[in-house]
Design a protein around this ligand. Sequence first.
Ligand code: FES
Length: 159
Amino acid sequence: MNAMTEGPESRAPSPDELFVVCAMDEIAPGAARAFDLAEADGLGGAKPFRIVVVRDGEGRYFGYRNACPHQGVWLNIGAGGFFDETGALLKCGRHGATFAVETGRCVSGACEGAQLESVAVEALDGDLCISGVALVEEEPPLRHDDDMDETMEITIHPG
Ligand code: FES
């Protein structure tokens, strides 16, 4: 489960805190993983914060808000995956816009030139952490079904 790395739960969430999302090796090279998190809404509550973390073939990690700049839908809506047929670009499943993994910039499609919103990802003691967002832990956690895996992993270069 997710866990704040510091700070008592009674304190207001801060964007300066690191939030562990998973172990670094839980995302394979060339794979992407979605996380349904919650961020402070500024009114004492929380609102959904959906992100995707991508690990490229060189082992670098990139985080983006899981929202297409065109109409704001999840990138993996529809086909359920994050990559185009080449495995080299992120892709919106709704209308097919494609995005560079390293920059989040749309390189083709309805929102060409637009930018996925970056999410800061840091490595800490073997864990992947999100920073720069006032994340909160909700009770119950933001899972659709405890029996279902909340993640989606797609291999860029299968086999
Ligand atoms: S919503 Fe993503 S390309 Fe239209």
